[in-house]
Design a protein around this ligand. Structure first.
Ligand SMILES: Cc1cc2nc3c(=O)[nH]c(=O)nc-3n(C[C@H](O)[C@H](O)[C@H](O)COP(=O)(O)OP(=O)(O)OC[C@H]3O[C@@H](n4cnc5c(N)ncnc54)[C@H](O)[C@@H]3O)c2cc1C
Length: 303
């Protein structure tokens, strides 16, 4: 989903040197003061250049929560190292029995994880009071605020477009007798459908960004963006794998290395990696069914 720290941290440090690591934050804490459109253009250029994704936990999720709920001392302690890429954050919400139904969490304290990415158990962890963000009992408000960022404020379409471009390149390598069970004409038609969906999504995202002005939070529309981006990510991944046909079965995981692999091999690895990655999109940050429930309730409230 996100690049390993060995790739994303050096990239964040490079961005920090330019003053571009935390564009969403207020200028006094290192923000760029860019308009939403400027942020979009920056993301677009990074995606086109194949730059790694910035790991969002500190910069995009935890940082905004500290900015809103943290004390001045906490801001001074935590925000500069996040902006410099000196530390690495995770968020530990989900529990057996409390994934989608986050409100039934039993955990009473939170700490940074180690490695073993999916299961971390916390027993008798003691957290100094000065590290608690927000007032006592306000943890749920902080968590919900963070999720607004996880579910929407990420600007999805530039990365979706670069993934889609790779699928287009993959299609170009096929002759009319493809390895796929689908004919090239069928694949091209599907490509057209996904292309239209992507254009529509990009317009929605741009329209949303333009409408929020300088606010960092998207509010309820974040659920719609998360839902649609997840579906698009999977449509693009599915199309890439179908186009690859049986080549997809021969793929072996591992970092794609430009200097050793020929271009098609690299493309195959990346498209398949995108596909495997796409499976998680309809689960993390709240499964699609949960987003649909929230959107339905929001629609009923506004009627
Ligand atoms: C790649 C990845 C990264 C993740 N990263 C993190 C992380 O950094 N921190 C963290 O805390 N967690 C993380 N998670 C966990 C993630 O948030 C949960 O997996 C997710 O919320 C779903 O919870 P669950 O797995 O318990 O499934 P369940 O909640 O048991 O859901 C199972 C199925 O039932 C459906 N369902 C459940 N309730 C309803 C309902 N009310 N209405 C309709 N359908 C429903 C769901 O949509 C799903 O299809 C990550 C997960 C993945 C896959």
């Amino acid at each position: 989903m996100y690049p390993e720290p060995e790739y994303s941290r050096p990239w964040l440090k490079l961005l920090a040197q330019k003053g571009w690591s935390v564009p969403l934050w207020p200028k006094e804490w290192g923000g760029t003061g860019w308009s939403p459109l400027e942020r979009f253009i920056f993301e677009h250029e990074c995606a086109q250049a194949g730059a790694p994704l910035v790991h969002p936990m500190g910069v995009r999720l935890v940082g905004p929560v500290i900015l809103r709920f943290g004390t001045q001392e906490q801001k001074q302690e935590y925000l500069p190292p996040i902006a410099r890429g000196d530390n690495y954050w995770c968020q530990g919400f989900s529990e057996p029995g409390a994934g989608s139904d986050l409100a039934s969490l039993r955990l009473q304290a939170v700490r940074e994880g180690d490695h073993d990415v999916n299961e971390v158990f916390f027993d008798d962890v003691r957290v100094p009071i000065r590290q608690r963000i927000g007032a006592e009992g306000q943890g749920w408000d902080c968590a919900k605020y963070l999720l607004e960022f996880e579910r929407g404020a990420g600007i999805y379409s530039p990365r979706l477009r670069s993934g889609f471009k790779r699928v287009g390149l993959m299609l170009q390598t096929l002759d009319s007798k493809t390895d796929s069970i689908h004919s090239k004409a069928q694949l091209v038609r599907k490509f057209g459908e996904v292309s239209t969906d992507l254009d529509t999504f990009e317009m929605l995202e741009l329209q949303t960004l333009m409408s929020i002005g300088s606010s960092a939070s998207l509010g309820d529309v974040s659920y719609i963006l998360k839902l649609r981006a997840s579906r698009l990510k999977q449509s693009i991944g599915d199309l890439g794998v179908v186009a690859m046909g049986e080549q997809a079965l021969r793929w072996t995981p591992g970092p794609a290395r430009l200097q050793t692999a020929d271009e098609l091999q690299l493309l195959t690895q990346t498209v398949l990696g995108d596909y495997l990655n796409s499976r998680a999109y309809t689960i993390f940050g709240g499964a699609s069914e949960i987003q649909l429930g929230i959107i339905a309730r929001a629609a009923c409230t506004t009627d």
